[in-house]
Design a protein around this ligand. Structure first.
Ligand code: ALA
Length: 415
């Protein structure tokens, strides 16, 4: 746990960090919602439009060829970044949410029947709940939920019990790798081993994991892994679905349209090979291309160093709260799992998180307040929401101190 040695240079890479917010320097601590973008990513988008803009996979002309190469290079980069076996296992989507919906409506519609079950956990984000509810309603299946305990740790004994009891019926387990609302890092490798012992495939929602931990899908042996570019310093509107090739071959297409076909007649359409079968229409070309720049950027800083930096800030904040009598009286951390990412979710007495967030905003401090699109997590604790500070590689110890001061000011206003 230590501050990244290049923190000054890193901050200079992010033009938005020079912004003033309500007359104060921006302190951006809402990185679990989306990260800011380095110059390298912004410039890559500009270069695409200035020098390469063309549709991909279609033209025989120079620009189309160039754009196609850049687009496909990102696929190879993602493959290496997450340790997939082949670039054919990488499908570009609009984001984590679309990746999960894609699996629900292809794998799910093919394999899940009336009476079957999908198993998720109580700590899922809405995007890993609602697509499964929709599927279950469509086919007459049941959604089962593994609870978490008071610390925000998944109740593994309940996981074991469910898969032992319902192994025949559970057609997929869909779990978050890292919880956006609690920060919990789930023991996914072990859970996958247990699921596979019963031949149950597993999907991991990696939206909050990929930016903060080295992820190796082959080592994890997950069947599906989804994440979003915008949470790892890349553009919005782009995501990745990794799936083992055998599943992609078996799954029917998600959307119909250009590029996903091999031939079309009014009688019959045949489909393109994977992964193109799942990429209908003109995609977010500049977004995919800029994702390569984002992954290069992260690799140049080193994911382990990024994680150590973020954890140092988390520990600093935790210790500052513990050492401060007033904060200790009012701050209640929500999510205290032993294995945690750098997310600090908390309540501040009975002050509504929106009110506290608004006061902090006046000081230039951006945190998220609310249910974080994980209402069942809030229901578990019987609260409407939390305040959440989530760290990225450009945050500093001084910003943590500013947050501590900001929390005192919130308490002065309300208490
Ligand atoms: N899932 C995002 C968050 O946690 C939007 O804020």
């Amino acid at each position: 746990m230590s501050i990244h040695p290049n923190i000054k240079k890193i901050r200079a890479d992010f033009p938005i960090l020079e912004t003033s917010v309500r007359g104060k320097p921006l302190i951006y601590l809402d990185n679990a919602a989306t990260t800011q973008k380095p110059r390298q990513v912004i410039e890559r988008i500009q270069k695409y439009y200035q020098e390469e803009n063309a549709n991909i996979h279609r033209g025989v002309h120079y620009l189309s060829e160039r754009a196609t190469i850049a687009y496909e290079n990102t696929r190879k980069k993602v493959q290496k970044f997450i340790g997939a076996e082949s670039p054919k296992e990488i499908v570009f989507t609009r984001g984590t949410t679309e990746g999960i919906n894609l699996v629900a409506q292809t794998f799910g519609r093919l394999r899940v029947k009336a009476g079957d079950q999908i198993l998720i956990s109580e700590m899922e984000h809405h995007s890993n709940i609602v697509p499964w509810q929709l599927l279950c309603e469509q086919v007459g299946a049941t959604l089962n939920v593994i609870p978490f305990d008071f610390k925000g740790e998944l109740m593994e004994a309940e996981f074991d019990r469910q898969i032992e009891r319902y192994a025949e019926n559970i057609k997929l387990i869909a779990l978050t790798h890292v919880s956006n609302a609690l920060g919990t890092i789930n023991p996914v490798e072990r859970l996958i081993q247990k699921a596979h012992a019963e031949e149950i495939p597993v999907l991991l929602d990696g939206a909050q994991a990929v930016p903060h931990l080295p992820v190796d899908v082959k080592k994890l042996d997950c069947d599906f892994y989804v994440f979003s570019a915008h949470k790892i310093y890349g553009p919005t509107g782009v995501g990745v679905l990794y799936a083992k090739k055998q599943w992609l071959e078996e799954m029917p297409p998600y959307q119909g349209g250009g590029d996903m076909i091999s031939s079309v007649t009014f009688k019959k359409t045949t489909y393109n090979e994977v992964p193109y079968k799942f990429e209908a229409g003109t995609p977010n070309i500049e977004g995919v291309i800029a994702l390569e720049a984002a992954l290069d950027y992260v690799s140049s800083l080193g994911l382990e160093k990024i994680a150590a930096h973020e954890m140092a800030l988390l520990k600093q904040l935790e210790q500052a709260v513990q050492a401060d009598a007033k904060l200790k009286e009012f701050v209640r951390p929500v999510g205290t799992a032993k294995e945690k990412a750098a997310v600090y979710s908390f309540t501040l007495g009975d002050i509504h998180p929106h009110d506290a967030g608004t006061i902090l905003d006046r000081m230039g401090i951006a945190v998220r307040g609310g249910h974080h699109c994980a209402q069942p997590v809030m229901d578990h604790f019987g609260i409407p929401g939390t305040l959440r500070a989530s760290f990225a590689v450009y945050n500093t110890p001084e910003e943590v101190n500013a947050l501590v001061t900001g929390l005192h000011q919130v308490l002065e206003v309300f208490k």
